[in-house]
Design a protein around this ligand. Structure first.
Ligand SMILES: C[S@@+](CC[C@H](N)C(=O)[O-])C[C@H]1O[C@@H](n2cnc3c(N)ncnc32)[C@H](O)[C@@H]1O
Length: 380
């Protein structure tokens, strides 16, 4: 049986099936996995009530998917989803975790008396060998704006290697959403950028007069660096729903049972949004996701559960929304239409980070077209 590299099946030599470079595991551990080895980080996820309630209800309101079944938990972390699967009647649960968190998961499994059912396996999902195929794959793989972290690659790999042809994915479906927003963050970030540049000019003056070296040659790259940091990096925010100024649009729908890694390497989509508030400012876009637990066509969920990270008054999540700011904002009003195209691809140096581009234009209610705008952002 081949293993998967970056979600791509590789042969014994490590060469990948589509020729893409494989990910250096040491670098990936240093950059990505290390935080998951800390309990404080797992606790942050375990304290997210929206997330917890959704998975809890998905499992316990659909026990027919778990009772007497074999389950694989991809990235078990503290072991919570594996423990719930066992409590819902699973015959066997394989709980795979790459980091040393596996040791804590093992303890937790024992302390909750499910050690006869749950087997914690420390290792990369891509490398692990299981003794049998499974009926259910459960995983909480979602990153900011769904795909940051690229962990879904590992779930796809697990599915292709270990899920029975009749198997069920938990969650079964996912969607990416976008909507136009108003926000004071743009002005704040513009001020931060300008203060940082003023500070740089003070620094170059002082370095010249005290130490006799002209640092001016570095002004342009410093400005670019700061611009990227303050103005081009998306921001985490839990927006109030009244900050959303137009209709939300779906950018991508994913069927977790059939999606391939090449389907999610890049997301490209056109979207249309109509402004729903009178006389307001288009300050940028917000991106979020939802996932659904629907079972599969032949064995549907008895109770479909939704986990949404949309702007909400009471139900914010640790994912929040990703905010992409426009500088300067554009005046818009109810009935104006926003035609946009969106693309998101992985950062070349770190496949777990994303680069996003929005191309948009506003067609006013009167029919007049405002100049199109194009912005690039980094999801760090
Ligand atoms: C978002 S956390 C979810 C943890 C836990 N399942 C929960 O719901 O609280 C993802 C976990 O998956 C682990 N993980 C990510 N990719 C993995 C892989 N390829 N193999 C094994 N574990 C992985 C991470 O170390 C992390 O603990």
């Amino acid at each position: 049986m081949g293993s998967c590299t970056n979600g791509v099946v590789s042969d014994q030599s490590g060469a990948t099936s589509n020729g893409r470079a494989s990910v250096d595991k040491g670098v990936d551990f240093a950059n990505y996995f290390c935080t998951y080895a800390f309990l404080y980080h797992q606790k942050e996820m375990l304290s997210d009530r929206v997330r917890m309630d959704a998975y809890y209800n998905a499992v316990f309101q659909n026990k027919h998917h778990f009772n007497g079944k074999v389950v694989l938990d991809v990235g078990t972390g503290s072991g919570i989803l594996a423990i719930w699967s066992a409590q819902a009647g699973a015959r066997k649960v394989y709980a795979v975790e790459a980091t040393n968190m596996a040791e804590h998961a093992r303890e937790l499994v024992k302390a909750n008396n499910v050690q006869d059912v749950v087997e914690v396996i420390q290792g990369s999902m891509e490398d692990v060998q299981l003794p049998e195929k499974v009926d259910v794959i459960i995983s909480e793989w979602m990153g900011y704006f769904l795909l940051r972290e690229s962990m879904f690659d590992s779930v796809i790999c697990a599915r292709d290697r270990w899920l029975k042809p009749t198997g069920v994915m938990y969650p079964s479906h996912a969607r990416m959403w976008v909507a136009p927003i108003r926000s004071g963050l743009g002005d704040q970030k513009q001020n931060d950028y300008e203060s940082s540049m003023e500070d740089w000019y003070r620094f170059t003056d002082e370095t010249q007069s005290y130490y006799g070296v002209d640092m001016g040659a570095l002004t342009k790259p410093f400005a670019e660096e700061q611009k990227k940091y303050y103005l081009q990096t998306s921001l985490w925010n839990n927006l109030h729903p009244n900050q959303v100024i137009g209709t939300a649009a779906i950018l991508r729908e994913i069927d977790c049972l059939t999606a391939s890694v090449s389907d999610i390497l890049e997301v490209r989509s056109n979207f249309l949004s109509t402004v729903t508030l009178p006389n307001t400012r288009l300050c940028g876009f917000a991106g979020w996701f939802d996932v659904h637990f629907r079972g599969r066509k032949e064995v549907p969920a008895q109770n479909e559960i939704e986990l949404t990270t949309a702007p909400s008054v009471d139900n914010g999540t640790h994912w929040g929304q990703q905010v992409f700011l426009l500088n300067p904002p554009i005046r818009v009003t109810e009935g104006d239409n926003l035609n946009g195209s969106f693309s998101m691809k992985r950062n070349k140096e770190n496949h777990r980070l994303m680069e996003v581009e929005f191309n948009s234009e506003v067609k006013q209610y009167s029919g007049q077209l405002l100049p199109p705008f194009r912005n690039r952002y980094f999801i760090e």
